[in-house]
Design a protein around this ligand. Structure first.
Ligand code: ACO
Length: 189
């Protein structure tokens, strides 16, 4: 059950406090959020994405899409404005992170570079309308991972190893990764 109101100004301030100012002790101020965001480019992306997401949920879609397009091009990361991201998201390296609008991401998730969270793509409308990807709280996603599915749930406190392909539900409290067969074939000409 999602207890957050994505349209509320309070939610926006809560997210910026945790993700950009990175302190619950200090009182929220726009000046502080802007200063912090200009020191670090990952935080700068989150700062603008949160504002775009707030505007989008407030139905100021034109401005929201404009901001999101600008930051997607500038930072090389694309998070659809329909994605529901709970407070505490962080990125180790931002480039190549792509997240579908059908995703719900829990609190305090950490995502590394070149991660895709997306739906499988379905021609069938009965599936198409019911697709979702739910990621729990405190999930850590390793670099170059793909989380792809039509109805996929990842539990709380999960660590996903680097270069994983996840297309099945993952329970709470575990580490998972895709087994790799490192077979190098060298053919002489
Ligand atoms: C610039 C930067 O630094 S960006 C940071 C990039 N870093 C990441 O993305 C970190 C993601 N973390 C990982 O992938 C980690 O390996 C974890 C969390 C999945 C597992 O870590 P640990 O529990 O310490 O496992 P450990 O390293 O001891 O490996 C255990 C076994 O799993 C295998 N394994 C570990 N990670 C993976 C993986 N991502 N894919 C396939 N196999 C893996 C190991 O080869 C080893 O197998 P073996 O016993 O047959 O040799």
């Amino acid at each position: 059950m999602d207890s957050y109101d994505y349209t509320s100004y309070r939610f926006l301030k809560q997210c910026l406090s945790v993700e950009v100012i990175k302190s619950n002790d200090k009182k929220f101020s726009w000046r502080r959020a802007m200063l912090r965001s200009y020191k670090c480019h990952d935080r700068r992306f989150i700062f603008w994405w949160r504002i775009a997401s707030f505007l989008h949920h407030k139905t100021h879609s034109k401005l929201a899409n404009y901001i999101n397009r600008k930051i997607s091009l500038k930072y090389g990361a694309e998070i659809n404005l329909n994605a529901k991201i709970k407070p505490g998201i962080s990125f180790a390296h931002l480039s190549g992170v792509i997240i579908t609008g059908l995703a719900t991401i829990g609190e305090n998730c950490h995502i590394r570079q070149n991660t895709t969270i997306g739906v499988g793509g379905s021609r069938y409308s009965e599936i198409k309308d019911k697709r979702f990807i739910i990621i729990g709280d405190n999930v850590e996603i390793g670099a170059h991972s793909c989380i792809i599915g039509n109805t996929l749930t990842i539990g709380n406190n999960v660590i996903i190893g680097a270069m994983s392909f996840i297309n099945k539900d993952i329970p709470d409290n575990c580490t998972c990764y895709t087994k790799k067969e490192n077979i190098l074939i060298i053919n002489n000409a």
